[in-house]
Design a protein around this ligand. Structure first.
Ligand code: SF4
Length: 437
């Protein structure tokens, strides 16, 4: 989960799409852009909102106001998690023409101008009633991804929704119940993406670990990973977005530790490192579970690195709990850490718990970030002298399989692989040079 920063994501198409929130929302914006173009929707601005915190909702509202000011003649369409959860509030905002739901936004027909503008101001159905896995979302998404991304990494949404009820999280009410895209569909689309020239595919979802739970036979995520790797041998690299430490099944463990094309990188939805806080968050893992999982992964494949999301200053967190949480960063060794200062979200149980003082939350977030930076710097140092394969991105930086970013002089074009010798680090990136084959 990434905190919102509005991305003006459509400079080349007729419909402008502004995205807040996570990578999944960005992905879905690509899908909407494709649909809007296909349907010849003109002079419209779509704002894809986020509801992960109250701050995210505030930013969503602010973005809508700014979009109206900058595009006074355009049709303003508001969608995304915040709009799904509270459609009336968004419909009541000045300048908003249509509010559409998170399910509706993935359907091409929604963007038919006649239907959209001739229909109700609020086009939001009960997302908790959505059960089907919409193959159309992956089909639409795939096409949109191909249109809009450079040919490096393709993010493929294979799951949506969430059946858990973490006490800080409003997401299930924005995204509905967990639904999975069947493995056959996923394999076909991965194959297609490789044919289009992508060097890496990242499987994503709101609760990726729960993939398969709603499919016949309830296959675990590990099965999907194994099938993709087996049935698409031409795929150079497969990566997973965030996974739940409580749900690493045997097949997934094996794929992560034995499959060379599976990147040695595990991003954990950790959230906290203290058992009492984990319990109050209603997470399904304990501190010990995560520490031992990471130790087992590392023992089986030493080059694995970890990423994690952590919340600083969750309600009731005292100094001792914070300290236990802080220590896990170094104990596991998490170089790729995302820290979110806790901010209450109306409608969640955590919002009613005794809060930590705001200044303290900020201070704790800073300490956690510094801890993560130190682990990252040590990791980069540890890679000096290695030769590894980087996939080069549009920025000119290369991504190594373990998620390290490397800077080289004269990088190859985006989407190309290159063998890199790591010679140094600047604390943020590995520094290296291209090795001649
Ligand atoms: S799933 Fe929705 S609420 Fe959660 S981060 Fe993404 S956009 Fe925000």
């Amino acid at each position: 989960m990434t905190l919102p920063s509005p991305i003006d994501a459509a400079k080349t198409t007729k419909t402008k799409v502004i995205t807040l929130g996570c990578r999944l929302n960005a992905y879905e914006s690509d899908v909407m852009r494709g649909h809007a173009d296909d349907m010849d929707l003109n002079n419209a601005v779509i704002i894809n909102t986020c509801a992960v915190t109250s701050e995210a909702v505030r930013q969503s509202r602010q973005t809508i106001r700014r979009a109206k000011k900058e595009n006074p003649e355009a049709t303003l369409i508001v969608t995304g998690c915040a709009a799904q959860i509270d459609p009336k509030a968004f419909a009541a905002m000045e300048g908003v023409d249509r509010v559409i739901g998170n399910n509706e936004k993935m359907l091409a027909g929604t963007f038919d101008p006649e239907r959209l503008l001739g229909g109700e101001a609020i086009q939001v159905n009960d997302i908790m009633a959505v059960r089907e896995t919409a193959p159309q979302f992956i089909t639409g998404a795939n096409r949109a991804v191909i249109k809009s991304q450079s040919r490096t990494r393709a993010f493929l949404q294979v799951q949506n929704g969430c059946d858990h009820r973490c006490t800080f999280c409003i997401i299930p009410f924005g995204r509905g119940p967990a639904r999975s895209v069947p493995a056959g569909e996923v394999v076909a689309h991965v194959r297609d993406l490789v044919r289009q020239g992508y060097g890496e595919v990242v499987l994503t979802g709101v609760d990726l670990s729960s993939w398969g739970g709603d499919l016949p036979g309830t296959p675990p995520l590990g099965d999907l990973v194994r099938r993709v790797l087996k049935l698409v041998p031409e795929l150079p690299r497969l990566r997973l977005s965030s996974i739940d430490p409580a749900e690493v099944d045997d097949a997934l463990f094996e794929a992560l530790t034995t499959e060379p094309r599976m990147t040695p990188y595990v991003h954990l939805s950790l959230q906290a490192g203290d058992d009492m806080i984990l319990k109050r968050m209603k997470r399904r893992h304990s501190r010990g579970d995560v520490v031992s999982l990471c130790a087992r992964l590392k023992a089986a494949r030493p080059e694995i690195t970890f990423g994690a999301d952590m919340i600083a200053g969750f309600p009731t967190e005292d100094e001792a709990m914070f300290e236990t949480g802080r220590q896990i960063i170094n104990e596991i060794g998490i170089p790729w850490l995302h820290v979110f200062p806790y901010s209450p979200r109306d409608g969640t149980p955590a919002a009613k718990m005794p809060p930590v003082n705001g200044k303290l939350i900020k201070a704790r977030a800073k300490i956690l970030r510094a801890e993560g930076e130190a682990v990252k710097a040590a990791h980069l140092q540890s890679r000096i002298g290695d030769i590894d394969t980087a996939l080069f991105e549009e920025t000119g930086l290369g991504r190594l399989p373990d998620f390290t970013l490397v800077k080289v002089d004269n990088p190859p074009a985006a989407g190309q692989f290159g063998r890199v010798k790591i010679t140094d680090s600047d604390g943020e990136y590995a520094l290296g040079r291209i090795e001649e084959e």
